[in-house]
Design a protein around this ligand. Structure first.
Ligand SMILES: Nc1ncnc2c1ncn2[C@@H]1O[C@H](COP(=O)(O)OP(=O)(O)O)[C@@H](O)[C@H]1O
Ligand SMILES: Nc1ccn([C@@H]2O[C@H](COP(=O)(O)OP(=O)(O)O)[C@@H](O)[C@H]2O)c(=O)n1
Ligand SMILES: [Mg+2]
Length: 236
């Protein structure tokens, strides 16, 4: 799928340069690009011929770790909402101070800001298979994505992890993040507990939710994740 996508890009843009390196291009061209991948019913979403997986779970549940393995094995593009926000802060954007403050407090950034950052990445990357990690955090996030992007996820992974394990993992993460301290973790866990249920319920009712036990080694957990993506490849 990825190889075919790369060769299509050169047809559309009349250039031998890979699509990924050509910088931003229009939403229209991107939709055409995805629609033209003709992988058969059930593989891409019906709306935009994209294939989107939301990756959910509390702080430290292992979302980013498992996303890296999915990318390696199945050729998805990984978009971490938290990482996009941190990059936005680092770029000295207008919103930077507000974003930093929100993240330090463990609160959720206004959905429009996060969805626009996700949209920009989706439009400029050239792949049609996306892992969107740490998003949607609440119903406001979920609805904003549907409205702005005009698509729903095909699958939703939810990493189910006890709080004590999440705290232990975040405290030993060691990435120098301003929110990986015990005070902010407690706040993030409260926000998570208060806001994730409706999102999970929504996708469970739609038959899109895969709940994964997040206790075990990284490899053991990936063996629980693998069948979800192997089934999608089989539909190609
Ligand atoms: N199955 C696991 N067992 C123990 N530690 C893990 C496991 N998966 C991830 N970790 C570690 O826990 C920390 C948080 O993982 P991460 O993938 O960043 O979680 P999230 O993105 O959900 O916050 C990282 O330091 C990571 O190396
Ligand atoms: N959809 C999102 C995702 C993250 N964020 C913010 O970014 C912080 C870090 O998110 P993250 O996904 O990188 O955190 P982890 O769950 O990976 O530890 C969150 O605690 C929120 O403050 C947000 O506001 N909205
Ligand atoms: Mg993460």
């Amino acid at each position: 799928m990825w190889r075919r996508a790369a060769s299509l890009s050169s047809l559309i843009f009349s250039s031998s340069q890979p699509l990924r390196d050509q910088g931003a291009y229009s939403l229209k061209a991107w939709k055409f690009f995805c629609a033209d991948s003709s992988k058969g019913a059930g593989y891409f979403s019906k709306e935009k011929n994209l294939f989107i997986t939301f990756v959910l779970g509390g702080p430290g549940s292992g979302k980013g770790t498992q996303c890296a393995k999915i990318v390696e094995n199945f050729g998805y593009t990984h978009l971490s909402a938290g990482e996009l926000l941190r990059r936005e802060i680092a770029s000295n954007s207008e919103d930077g101070a507000m974003l930093l403050d929100t993240i330090k407090e463990g609160k959720i950034v206004p959905s429009e800001v996060t969805v626009k950052l996700i949209q920009k990445e989706m439009e400029s990357c050239g792949n049609c298979k996306f892992l969107i990690d740490g998003f949607p955090r609440n119903e406001e996030n979920r609805i904003a994505f549907e409205q702005i992007i005009g698509a729903e996820p095909n699958n939703v992974l939810f990493f189910d992890c006890p709080e004590e394990e999440m705290i232990k993992r975040v405290l030993s993460r060691n990435e120098g993040r301003v929110d990986d301290n015990i005070d902010t973790i407690r706040k993030r866990l409260k926000v998570f507990a208060a806001s994730h249920h409706p999102v999970i319920e929504h996708y469970s009712k739609k038959g899109k939710l895969y709940k994964i036990d997040a206790i075990g080694t990284e490899d053991e957990i990936f063996e629980r994740v693998r069948p979800v993506f192997a089934a999608c490849e089989g539909a190609q």
